[in-house]
Design a protein around this ligand. Structure first.
Ligand SMILES: Nc1nc2c(ncn2[C@@H]2O[C@H](COP(=O)(O)OP(=O)(O)OP(=O)(O)O)[C@@H](O)[C@H]2O)c(=O)[nH]1
Length: 315
């Protein structure tokens, strides 16, 4: 039973700076999964260092969602969301969602499987069954602080070892910062050696921009119900910081005129509401005043065009 970092298999790939470059940056996608209420959001927020995770009911809105980025020395951790694990209704872990989950997990470098220390139930087992065989999965036994009978942890961890060949066992508490920092150290070797995907200060700049787009998209889908196809997207045209004020202009891009009408609503009511709800939440999230301008454009067939996909950041 080893709860400290070990050198993972495959972590040495590409090591050594073939082209004479210093073997420097690491960057990888990290998924945090687990049944509801095990502390995933708490852990995510602590790992990233600020409140970033946004929830939305429509699975498709979380297609490419990055919930946080943390750059620590040479390593950049990019946390991705896995729709389906957020729901409180286990019935929603249906086949479609499972496919979405598996699609997301196929792209990540490492999975953090969160459970409550000393517990493993049917809901946990359902999530575990969805995890890919060929990825390193780290078992995070969270809420260790709530475990009174510590002696029972050893046999429990042993029983967990039999459920899967976990890459690491990390008993911890997401509410204790030193333990969260220690987890980052344990995850680090599992990030491939490659240049960072985002700038070093991504959280303070790019991510706010990214969050703005995500938030508008979330409101968009929430307020249009199931009518709007998930191919609609949001592009941030302007993101300016003036002291305690952010001026944001965004365009919602849809495929058809009918969708445009759907978003705008009678007398522009719906678009107004999308804008005002997004603005209020952005103000809360970024802790500043926000001026938000929203536009709707029809860009027919954009979802099929590679060029468009690239320019909107969906590569
Ligand atoms: N004692 C203790 N409580 C924790 C810890 N981490 C999270 N919690 C609590 O557990 C509850 C659930 O935490 P969340 O972070 O919302 O859990 P989640 O897995 O994101 O939940 P869903 O959004 O339902 O999937 C909250 O009341 C947290 O305060 C921990 O390390 N120790």
């Amino acid at each position: 039973m080893n709860d400290t970092a070990a050198t993972p298999e495959g972590a040495s790939e590409g090591e050594g700076g073939e082209h004479g470059e210093p073997s420097g940056q690491r960057c990888g996608l990290v998924a945090i999964v687990g049944r509801p209420n095990v502390g995933k959001s708490t852990l995510m927020n602590a790992l990233v260092g600020q409140k970033v995770s946004i929830t939305s009911k429509k699975a498709q809105t979380t297609r490419h969602r990055i919930t946080g980025i943390r750059t620590l020395e040479e390593a950049q951790f990019v946390f991705v969301d896995t729709p389906g694990f957020q729901t409180r209704h286990s019935t929603a872990l249906n086949r479609t969602l499972n496919r979405t989950v598996q699609g997301v997990l196929a792209d990540v470098d490492v999975v953090l499987f969160v459970v409550e220390a000393g517990r493993f139930g049917l809901d946990d087992a359902k999530v575990l069954a969805l995890l890919p065989e060929n990825k390193p999965v780290l078992l995070v036994a969270n809420k260790l602080d709530a475990v009174t009978r510590r002696a029972e942890m050893m046999p429990w961890l042993k029983s967990m070892q039999e459920r899967r060949n976990f890459a690491e066992f990390v008993p911890m508490s997401a509410q204790k910062m030193p333990e969260v920092e220690r987890l980052l150290g344990i995850v680090r070797p599992y990030l491939p050696e490659q240049p960072w995907f985002y700038e070093e200060d991504a959280l303070t700049d790019r991510t706010d921009r990214f969050l703005a787009a995500e938030l508008i998209r979330e409101k968009l889908f929430r307020l249009t119900g199931d009518e709007l196809p998930y191919t609609s997207t949001v592009v941030i045209d302007k993101f300016e910081e003036e002291g305690h004020l952010r001026r944001i202009a965004a365009t919602i891009i849809v495929e058809r005129d009918a969708h445009k009408g759907m978003i705008i609503g009678d007398g522009g009511e719906r678009l107004k509401r999308i804008g005002s709800e997004a603005r209020q939440e952005l103000e809360r999230l970024m802790d500043c005043k926000v001026f938000l301008e929203l536009w709707v454009k029809v860009r027919s067939g954009w979802a099929d065009s590679e060029e468009h996909l690239r320019s909107y950041g969906y590569e």
